[in-house]
Design a protein around this ligand. Structure first.
Ligand code: FDA
Length: 319
C-alpha cells in the first residue's frame, strides 16, 4: 500500500531524516519504541522486563554507516554493551545489524568487526542475533555468518523474513546446520519479483516456515533458552500477530513440542499485554530493546507497519 511505501521511502531519505530529527515532538513519539539514549537507560529497561519474567535482546540503534571508522566504533560499542549485560546480570543477549558494522562498505571490514563481537560474546557465554536488512544484503549476511562459523565462531543466530520467496529454502538450509532462527515478516520495501506483495501470502509463508522450524527443533531435542537469557532456542517467532502466534501454539501442541522451546519475540513498546500473557502461559518471551540516538530509520519502519502509529506520532505534536 501507498502509505507504507511512502514511509519506507522516507526512512531511507537523508533529507527527511535531517528534517524529522530536528522536531522535538518526533523524538518524544519515538521514545515509545526506544528504551533511551544511553546504555544505562537500556539496562534499566531490561531490568524492568526481567522483573516481568521477560527476556531481552539489546540493540544499539544505527545502520548504514558511511566509513570504516564509524563501523569500527559501532563494533566497539557492542563490546561495551555485552560487558554491561554481563556485569549487570541482565537476562539479555544482543542483536546487531551488519550494515552498522560496514557490510555495505566492505565485506572484510564487517567480518573483522563481527569477529571481535563474537569473540567477546563467546567470552560472555552469549549468542548474538544478526538482524536481517533489505534483500540486497541477504547473500552477504549468510556468507559472513558462514565465514565466521568456519573460524569456529558459531555463536551467531540469524533472522529471516517470511515476505521473501527465498526464505523457505534459506531457513531449511540453516536449520540443517542447527542455526538459531528468528522468524519475522519483514520490514523493508521489496519488489514483487522477490517478495510476496499480498499480506495473506506473507502470513501463509510465516506459518509454513514456523512449522518447519518447530519440526527441526523437535528433531534436535527442543531446547529451551539458557536460564541466564543469553542463548535463545532454535525457534524464535518475532511477531505481534495474534493469528500467527496462535497458529504456532496450535501446531506445537499438536506435535507435542514443549512450550519452553517455543520463544516469542516482540518489539519494545508494542503489545506489552500479549508479552505478559504468553509469559504467564509458560512460553519464553524476549523483548527487542533498541536504544541510542540514531532512532530515525527504526522509528519510521514502526510507523510504516501500522498507520495508526502515524496518528499517535502527530498527536505528540499537540502535546
Ligand atoms: P503485522 O504487521 O501483521 O501486525 C500484527 C499486529 O501487531 C497489528 O495488528 C498490531 O496490533 C501489532 N503491530 C504490528 N506492528 C506494530 C507497530 N509498529 N506498532 C504497533 N502495533 C503493531 N524485520 C526485519 O526485516 N528484519 C529483522 O531482523 C527484524 N527483527 C525483528 C525482531 C522482532 C523481535 C520483531 C517483533 C520484529 C522484527 N522485525 C524485523 C520487524 C518485522 O519484520 C515486522 O515488520 C513487524 O514485526 C510487524 O509485523 P508483525 O509480525 O508484528 O505483523
Amino acid at each position: 500500500d501507498m502509505l507504507r511505501a511512502i514511509l519506507l521511502y522516507l526512512s531511507k531519505a537523508t533529507w527527511a531524516r535531517n528534517l524529522v530529527t530536528r522536531w522535538r515532538f518526533a523524538r518524544r513519539a519515538a521514545s515509545r519504541f526506544v528504551a533511551g539514549d544511553t546504555l544505562e537507560e537500556a539496562i534499566q529497561a531490561i531490568a524492568a522486563l526481567n522483573q516481568r519474567g521477560l527476556l531481552a535482546t539489546l540493540d544499539h540503534l544505527g545502520e548504514d554507516v558511511t566509513n570504516a571508522e564509524e563501523a569500527k566504533r559501532s563494533a566497539d560499542e557492542y563490546l561495551e554493551l555485552m560487558d554491561r549485560i554481563s556485569a549487570s546480570g541482565a537476562k539479555s543477549n544482543a542483536s546487531v545489524k551488519l550494515s552498522q558494522l560496514g557490510l555495505v562498505l566492505d565485506f572484510d571490514l564487517c567480518l573483522d568487526n563481527m569477529r571481535r563481537i563474537l569473540r567477546k560474546a563467546s567470552a560472555c557465554g552469549m549468542m548474538v542475533r544478526i538482524d536481517m536488512e533489505d534483500s540486497s544484503t541477504v547473500d552477504r549476511t549468510l556468507q559472513l555468518r558462514r565465514a565466521l562459523k568456519g573460524e569456529g565462531l558459531e555463536n551467531s543466530g540469524l533472522a529471516f523474513q517470511s515476505y521473501l520467496f527465498r526464505t523457505e529454502e534459506d531457513v531449511r538450509a540453516s536449520l540443517a546446520e542447527g542455526i538459531r532462527i528468528r522468524l519475522c515478516k519483514g520490514a523493508y520495501k521489496e519488489p514483487a519479483e522477490i517478495a510476496y506483495p499480498r499480506k495473506a501470502d506473507v502470513d501463509a509463508s510465516y506459518d509454513r516456515v514456523a512449522r518447519m522450524m518447530i519440526d527441526a527443533s523437535q528433531a534436535l531435542g527442543a531446547q529451551a533458552p539458557s536460564p541466564d537469557g543469553k542463548i535463545p532456542p532454535i525457534v524464535a517467532l518475532g511477531t505481534h500477530d495474534g493469528k500467527r502466534i496462535q497458529a504456532a501454539k496450535d501446531y506445537a501442541a499438536k506435535v507435542g513440542f514443549p512450550k519452553q522451546a517455543l520463544e516469542f519475540q516482540m518489539l519494545y513498546g508494542i503489545r506489552a499485554d500479549l508479552q505478559n500473557r504468553l509469559a504467564a502461559e509458560g512460553y519464553p518471551v524476549r523483548v527487542y530493546v533498541p536504544f541510542g540516538t540514531s532512532w530515525y530509520p527504526y522509528f519510521m519502519r514502526r510507523l510504516a507497519e501500522r498507520p495508526a502509529n502515524l496518528w499517535f506520532f502527530l498527536s505528540n505534536f499537540f502535546r
